[in-house]
Design a protein around this ligand. Sequence first.
Ligand code: UD1
Length: 351
Amino acid sequence: MSNKKAPADTCVLVTGGAGFIGSHTVVDLLESGYQVVVVDDLSNASEKVLDRIDQIVGDEASERLSFVRADVCDRDALEAVFDEFPIDAVIHFAGFKAVGESVAKPVEYYSNNLGSTLTLVDAMRAHGCKSIIFSSSATVYGDPDELPLTEASPKKPATNPYGWTKWMVEQILMDVAKADPEWDVVLLRYFNPIGAHPSGLMGEDPKGIPNNLLPYVAQVAVGRRDAVHVFGDDYDTPDGTGVRDYIHVMDLARGHVAALGWMAGRTGCEVFNLGTGKGTSVLEIIHAFSAACGRELPYVIEPRRAGDVTANWADCTKARELMGWEATRGIADMCRDSWNWQSNNPNGYEG
Ligand code: UD1
């Protein structure tokens, strides 16, 4: 935001606010005093999330939350949102996010993820709102030459359409900021978000068979699936399994609130890594989750998954030095909170 305002006077539009990272960020925004408008079409999220948010933040804060069920590609719906609410800044989470599906449905992925962003940016500028935080991903770094990854590490060609959409939306927003110096754009490159709200009321609830490691492990723990499939044990890592920088979704949510505070009064485009700076292997995750749920989780070793990198983890010095943000929770906290969510909600929000 080009103007610095108190949170109580700042209205934040959160696209995809009913999703996993979005919902945790909405809670933090409300608890930090912001006015929040969620736009979500609920195509990959449950409306029950909104009740859970109300339960967590309480009556006073939930009065500052509005929900509009709409697709971000729907220009008329967005117009109505900008007409109704005095939006100061946007956090743009909405998008399709399944890697495998993106390979099978490239047209849908490019159309939705790029189309929604272009529609949103066009509506924003028509209403004089030029502040946006975008959910990018460490996927833009591809297979790294050097670790840890800093924001200056090279972007590599993506290995799937989902990854390309993150790559391309970053480029679009950089170009928008370059063309009009009134914009302020923050690109947040997430490493691997896991964990859940410590209350056990909110967490990750993928539809169908989970693609990502943690929801799969959690479903094995709760008995919905037989064993974890470990994709490769012949990587050049200490135990042969893939290494990632897992970050607690609560820390990630806090990163958005930190970015919002930091960008107030500034313009330009800035990129931040959001991770912990530590790498953890697949087997270490399975062992940590076993400790959290009190039972050795079964696993089987499978061949490598196409497109997977050996290892990545972040250097988050920039976020600490500029925004005063750093992750505070470790793997044991992430597994405990994820288990708390999954054991209280074995079938997710619809359970
Ligand atoms: C994946 C995406 C990435 C996306 C991110 C979003 C791929 C190739 N990459 O990252 O583009 O931004 O999710 O969260 O899909 N693993 C198993 N068994 C499983 C699932 C995963 O062994 O059932 C392993 C993987 O090989 C990897 C690690 O666990 O080593 C993490 O995998 P995952 O949770 O899918 O995340 P990424 O692949 O890092």
